[in-house]
Design a protein. Sequence first.
Length: 522
Amino acid sequence: MMILSQAAPFDMATTSGIAQSVTLRFVDSAGAAKDISGHEFRCAVRGPGAAAIKCEPVDANTALLSWSPLKAGTHAYDLFMTSPDGAERPLIKGEIQAASRVTPPGSEDVVTIGDVKIMIPDAAEGEVKIIDPSADAAERAESAAQEASNARDDAQNAEKEAEKSAERAATSAIAAANSATAAQQALEAIPQVDDVGNMTLPGNITASGGTFAGAVNANGGINIPFAVGAPTNESGVNRLYASGLAAVTEAFSPQSFLSDFSLYGGSVAVEQTVPGQVWRLRKMSADPGTIQINLINPFLGVSNYSGWHGFVLPVALGNTGSTAARKLTFSLGRPGDFVKKTAAEMDMFTLSPASGSTASFPRFVDVTFYMVNDAAINPAGYPVRVRELVYDSAQAKWLCYETLSVIPSFNTNPSCNMFLSYQQDSPGRDVRAGLWIGSNAADSRRLLCIADMHGVVDTFSWTGVGALYWDSDGTNSHSYLGAMRQMTAPGYNQPNGAYDAFRALETRLIQSTTVTEFTPYE
C-alpha cells in the first residue's frame, strides 16, 4: 500500500568523484526519537552517468543514505520507507548538486557530509518534515544581543563616571559636562527596541544580506535592478522587470477549457458561444435546475509537484435587470467521498462530504450572488454569500464557514462581474488564502475580496478544479462562463506573487463570518 503524502524537499551539495553519505535521524511529531526497527528503504538516483544509492539502518532510530561517486552535474533522487505492514511512504526528494574537481580523488572512504533529522508524522497522510540541526543560530543571535546590551551598559557607566569626575574636579566641570552630553548623544543614537521587538531607524541601513519572516512594507517603492550593473533609480527598469514577472506568472497559468456538460432538471440549457472557450448558461423556467460544466486540464501537471496556487474564472453573472440569484459551486483538493445534490433548492449544498468522510484535503465551496439591492442592510447593496465546508481533524467534525459580503450599490452590482478568483500564497493547509471578484463598473473599487479561505494541499491525485456547477432561481436568467486559468509556480514550493498582489489592490467587502457544524446529508 502506498501512503499518499508528500516527500519533504531536501537538496544536497557535494563534490564529484567521492563516495559520500548523509546520516538520517528519525523523530516523531513531538521531537522524540522514532523507532524504525523492521523498516526497509528504497531509493534511486538519476543524473549524468551511472551511479548507485542505498539507505541502510544503523540502529533503531538512525539510517545512512550513501551513494557511489557521482559525475559533476545535477542528480535527482528520492527515498521511500516501507513499514513492517507493507505500507510505503515517500520520505525525502530533491537534487544532489555535484561540483566538478580538477585534482583526481585519492583513496578516500565514504565521506559523511551531513546529519539531518526527519520528522515522521503520526497520521498516515501527515506531512514529512526536515528539521534543521543548526539550532545554534538562535544562540548566536542571543549572544549578539547580549553583546549589544553590554555595550550599552558600558556607555551608561561611562556617563556616570564622567559625572563623578565632574564632581571631583570643579575646575574641569565644563569639560566633564561636554563629555556627559556626548555620551548621552551616543546612547540616544543607539536604535531602541520597544516592548514587542519593533525598531525604528531614522536613517538608512546597509546590509550584505538578510531574511525576513513576514511581509516587508516599502511605501516609497523598491528599486530592483534588471541586471547586474543596471541603474537602480530608473522607474523604467522597475516597470520592465515587473512586466517580466507578470509574463512568467501568466506562462505558468495554463488554461482549463470547457469540455462537456450535464443538465439536471428540465429548466436549464447551454449555448456554446465559443466552443471550449465561452458558454452561455440559461435558466428558462422556475423549476429547479443545475448545469455541471466539466473542465479539461491538458497542461496542468498530474502530480503533487505542480505547485497549484489558485484560479481565475471569467464570469459574467447575468442579464441586466434580472433579479434571480445565481450560485457557483466547486471543490478544491482531492475530494474523497462526496454527495452531489442537483436541481435542488438554492440553500442546499450542491457538493458536500459523504456521511462518515473524514478527508482533510477537500474544500467544498459555493458562492451565491443575490441580484436584488437590499436597502435594509448596512451597508446597503447586493449580498454575496460564500460557504466553505472544511473537515476539522482536532474536533473530528465538518465545519461550515459562511461569509457574508455586500457589493456596494453605487456604480457596482453583480451584473458587472468580470471574474471569480481563488488565490493562496503557497501550497499547504495552514496558509493564507482568499476569494475575489472583479468588477468592470465605473468605480475605483474593482478588485473585491468576498471571503478569506482555507489553504489547499496539492496532493498527488488531484489535477486542479475539474468541474463547476451553476444554479439559478427564478426564470429567464443567464450567465456566461469562460475557460479557467489555473495558476502554478515556476518552482515547487515557491510563493504565489499573485496572492500578495490581490491583497495589495483589494477592497474588502466582508461583513461577517460565522462557523457552524455541518452534518452530512447521507
